[in-house]
Ligand binder design. Structure first.
Ligand code: PXG
Length: 474
């Protein structure tokens, strides 16, 4: 469906006024939003969104890295409707359970790597990571090594917005607000080749960056370290794809010191990287996996932790009560939605398609964008991709001249993306996409066409404002 007329049902100005008056948005300056007015999304179908002004927009971000099967799936509404009629809610405390939660746990174990046989459900990715902090520390208590409480994470990581999520995450802007944070969490640098890899090959840089973990383990004392947590590919931090040498070296170091390896797969799971779990593609074997988002394609909130045998065996054999859980742990409607979502993904072969077909196709398209004068670097992995906007290009990616921060070129470009009818995120000067996994070749072509148009318009604006080097203006 190309046309969607929302004008009969939604009055944009009324919604925007009520929004400004009453709705506090996440990660948003309320005054700035009130001044501009929020864009009112009213409908989704496949890879397309419609706003209340009738604009049809290609959703390059799958909502927020989650609508993997695309919008408007009748089967999802049917599954949720049916479960709501049968049993809309019951809790999993006090020796009770429900059928969708059990079936989903069994299904996730079937999809997960062989060392995973247990699942703990939460309502979100943040709650999954809070659960991991408590579970990891509980594990070491039960192992009679309670001094092992330090969790090592990375700068620019995103692990959620609850207090443990913020503390695990490495976002400077988040750490600056609402402290103090959870104690016993330290950070090493992210494996960003662009940021830190000057003068090195990518492979050498990957090993060097993993070495930062070993250095930190030694500084804080190996007997104090409980776990290392990281996203296989950093998402919110700007689609930071580590060199292929990075993860195997991280695994070796964790093994050497007996440290638990935690993969935060809230973005990378459920096909995003061309595997059910992204860590499979990184060649690692984590002890715990956080998931959310793609497990239900965002149709209903759900998250959780896949608990590997090493931890689960200790918790179940000698743990007694684990005093932790949420009202909505194992919510039957959310679990029914996840089961249907996974069924759809399996029937349509979406994971294999991203790995063998559409992922490589997206990669080739992004590599071609390097020909654009503004694009200094472009890469992708599975169905996440990014490109870096540069002022001028040098002999190597490390010699590119970046824009002055005041220019705000990423936000400028993002505005042109919206104009061109595509949602592409800006993280600093890096523009990123994480499209719905259902995208076809034709739809990828359409997306890249819109991206190229927006890049041209960004270039024109920069030129008109004399923000490019003289040679580029000629
Ligand atoms: N871990 C990772 C890797 C995430 O990406 C969370 C945990 C937290 O999940 P919940 O469900 O609690 O939000 C996330 C969430 C962005 C952005 O700007 C990304 C997320 C959330 C909000 C904004 O890209 N990811």
């Amino acid at each position: 469906m190309d046309e969607f007329d929302s004008s009969n049902t939604v009055d944009t100005k009324t919604i925007q006024a009520l929004d400004a008056a009453h709705y506090l948005h996440p990660f948003t300056d309320p005054a700035a939003l009130a001044a501009s007015g929020a864009r009112v999304m009213v409908k989704g179908d496949g890879i397309w969104l419609w706003d209340s002004d009738g604009n049809r927009i290609l959703d390059g971000m799958s909502g927020l890295w989650c609508v993997n099967i695309g919008y408007g799936r009748q089967r999802m509404s049917d599954a949720v409707y049916q479960q709501m009629q049968i049993l809309p809610f019951y809790n999993s405390f006090f020796n009770t359970t429900n059928v969708p939660a059990v079936m989903l746990a069994a299904k996730l174990v079937e999809l997960a790597p062989a060392n995973f046989n247990r699942v703990f459900f939460t309502g979100s990715g943040s709650e999954a990571n809070d659960t991991i902090v408590r579970m990891v520390r509980r594990y070491w208590e039960l192992m009679a090594e309670p001094e092992r409480h330090i969790i090592i994470s990375r700068t620019n990581a995103y692990h959620g917005s609850t207090i443990a999520g913020v503390s695990l995450g490495g976002m400077a802007g988040m750490h600056a607000q609402g402290g103090p944070l959870v104690p016993g969490i330290v950070h090493i640098d992210q494996p960003s080749y662009l940021e830190h890899g000057h003068g090195m090959t990518e492979d050498d840089f990957g090993v060097a960056a993993a070495g930062w973990l070993e250095e930190r383990i030694k500084t804080v004392g190996p007997h104090n370290v409980a776990a290392f947590i990281a996203e296989p590919v950093q998402g919110a931090g700007g689609v930071i794809i580590p060199p292929t040498t990075y993860w195997p070296e991280i695994q070796r170091i964790c093994d050497k010191y007996g440290i638990l390896l935690v993969a935060d797969e809230v973005i990378c799971g459920f096909g995003r990287l061309g595997a059910w779990f992204g860590s499979e593609r990184m060649g690692i074997s984590p002890d715990l996996i956080a998931f959310a988002k793609g497990v239900t394609s965002g149709y209903i909130p759900l998250g959780g932790v896949l608990v590997g045998d090493r931890v689960a065996d200790v918790l179940t054999a000698r743990g007694g009560d684990f005093n932790h859980g949420f009202t909505y742990s194992g919510h039957p409607v959310a679990c029914a939605a996840a089961l249907e979502n996974i069924r759809i993904m399996e029937e349509e072969g979406l994971v294999a398609r991203v790995l063998d077909d559409t992922g490589p196709y997206l990669n080739a398209a992004f590599k071609r964008l390097i020909a654009h004068p503004l694009v200094g670097y472009a890469d992708s992995f599975g169905f996440v991709a990014g490109l870096n906007l540069v002022r001028s290009k040098g002999a190597t990616v490390h010699d590119n001249e970046v824009f002055d921060g005041d220019v705000g070129v990423g936000m400028m470009c993002r505005a042109h993306m919206f104009e061109a009818g595509i949602i592409m995120r800006a993280v600093g000067d890096r523009m990123i996409v994480a499209p719905p996994l259902v995208m076809t070749h034709e739809e990828i072509d359409e997306m890249v066409k819109r991206i190229a148009l927006a890049l041209d318009n960004t270039l024109a604006e920069l030129r008109s404002k004399a923000l490019l080097p003289v040679a580029a203006i000629a």
